[in-house]
Design a protein around this ligand. Structure first.
Ligand code: PEP
Ligand code: MN
Length: 359
């Protein structure tokens, strides 16, 4: 159910409707919009009786939301969600294109700093790096844990980059929520409902990766789990799905970008690194992602990809990332997007490495 408030409804009236909803044992989600506030009602005890709210002061109408996902839907919030961060004009969603780059995993301080310096110099605003790695084999590198988070916190201080890193369980989520600017939930955990609920109670925005075989509706329902707990800052991420094709690690499903944007107000970014698994396909698919209207990119970059402890094959060399940025800037301009620097004074301090010939 959705309560649409009148355009001139007062804050007091919105609050009274929310209180009424909560007193009935449901949860109220007030979503202010450009012209009016809507209040989403969630709960798993059936629907609120329509007449209960209809006549309250400031209420315009009470609508049934027939879709299984509610808070994710444009029915509840028409305008695109734009996620803002303190101290930077860079956003996720809106006109700005969010550029998230960094190694698959934080391996040590020198590696992380070398990559951070390179990606900041090339114009990324967000730094990615795994401290907790969900690996297929228990014998593969599992990440540095909290020590990795500490390195990323230093990177934020040094370069001004905002930090995105994955939480794989409730315990790591607690720490990631403390250290990072955005909490990543990985493809393998997209339907880990208790983790999603915990992320919904976190203070930081959540980047939710699409499960390897998730439908659009399952993807939305995973985001709904997070939002139903009160965290409305969710970024969706397409990272490729499993298909019969074996020329790439996964098949990047770019058609999900307009499909998401039609039905949801949430931003969607694309990960062409996991989406292809092959370094030489990352730049072409980054161009395509921006052209199709993605709100940003998440790209793996390593200073020594041949020695990387995870995902070296799909990690770009720093010079290749510089080249990717140059190409993506051109496409961004065509589709009316821009890449704002993380902070003008930080950018001025860098000298980007020279672009290298294609490998
Ligand atoms: C990652 O971003 O390094 C990662 C493990 O991604 P995914 O969950 O998409 O496989
Ligand atoms: Mn990876």
């Amino acid at each position: 159910m959705l309560v649409v408030m009148q355009a001139h409804a007062t804050e007091e009236q919105v609050r009274a409707v929310c209180q009424k909803i909560e007193s009935l044992g449901y949860r109220a989600h007030a979503m202010p919009g450009a012209t009016r506030t809507a209040i989403g009602i969630t709960g798993n005890q059936g629907e609120v009786e329509q007449g209960t709210l209809d006549d309250m002061p400031g209420v315009q109408e009470v609508i049934r939301v027939s879709k299984p996902y509610k808070l994710v839907s444009r029915d509840v919030k028409e305008e695109n969600t734009v996620i803002r961060f303190a101290g930077t004009p860079a956003t996720i969603g809106g006109k700005n294109l969010a550029i998230i780059a960094g190694p698959c995993a934080i391996e040590n301080r020198d590696q992380a700093f070398a990559v951070a310096e390179a990606v900041a110099g090339a114009g990324a605003q967000f730094f990615r790096g795994g401290a907790y790695k969900p690996r297929t084999s228990p014998y593969s590198f599992q990440g540095m844990g909290e020590a990795g988070l500490q390195i990323m916190a230093e990177i934020r201080d040094r370069f001004g980059l905002k930090i995105i890193t994955e939480a794989i369980d409730n315990e790591s989520l607690e720490l990631v929520d403390q250290y990072a600017d955005v909490i990543q939930i990985g493809a393998r955990n997209m339907q880990n409902f208790s983790l999603l609920k915990r992320a919904g109670r976190a203070r930081k925005p959540v980047l939710l990766k699409r499960g390897m075989s998730a439908t659009l509706e399952e993807f939305f329902m995973a985001a709904e789990y997070i939002m139903s707990e009160g965290n409305y800052n969710v970024v969706l991420c397409e990272r490729g799905v499993r298909t019969f094709a074996d020329h790439t690690r996964n098949t990047l499903d770019l058609s999900i970008v307009p499909a998401v944007q039609r039905l949801s107000h949430l931003p969607i970014v694309v990960d062409p690194s996991h989406g292809t698994g092959k370094r030489n396909k990352v730049t072409p698919l980054s161009r395509a992602s921006v052209a199709v209207g993605a709100d940003g990119l998440i790209v793996e970059v390593h200073n020594q990809p041949d020695k990387a402890l995870s995902d070296g094959m799909q990690s770009l060399y720093p010079e290749q990332f510089v080249d990717l940025m140059a190409q993506v800037r051109q496409i961004a301009a065509v589709v009316g997007r821009e890449i704002v620097p993380i902070a003008a004074q930080d950018r001025a301090a860098y000298k980007a490495p020279e672009p290298a010939p294609a490998r």
